[in-house]
Design a protein around this ligand. Structure first.
Ligand code: SF4
Length: 101
């Protein structure tokens, strides 16, 4: 079973972060999952906290709500900067994104 299948089958808690150093600012992620991603005035994408505030700290993570998992995964797959990382909260293993197996 792949880490992706494990994560889905187990309903494991996932979190997402963006490497802004690689973000192209095209906004694909914010189109796919506006509940999770948003562009700031600097033109780069950030994840949002539970209060809808952008999390501007480097490497900041936001939880991935299960109903939005498909949208977040599509964002990671389509991200031209390859800078959206989805990982398991429990052990930090990347499940979707450039560093996933
Ligand atoms: S899809 Fe990737 S490159 Fe495009 S704005 Fe979002 S994080 Fe940045």
């Amino acid at each position: 079973m792949t880490v992706q299948q494990e994560a889905l089958a187990g309903g494991e808690a996932l979190e997402v972060w963006i490497d802004q150093d690689l973000c192209t600012g095209d906004g694909i992620c914010a189109q796919y999952a506006p509940e999770v991603f948003e562009l700031d005035i600097d033109g780069l994408a950030y994840v949002k906290g539970s209060d809808d505030e952008l999390l501007l700290a480097k490497g900041a993570t936001a939880p991935v709500p299960l109903p939005l998992l498909t949208d977040v995964v599509d964002s990671a797959r389509e991200c031209p900067g390859e800078c959206i990382h989805v990982r398991r909260v429990a052990d930090g293993v990347e499940v979707y994104g450039p560093d996933a197996e």
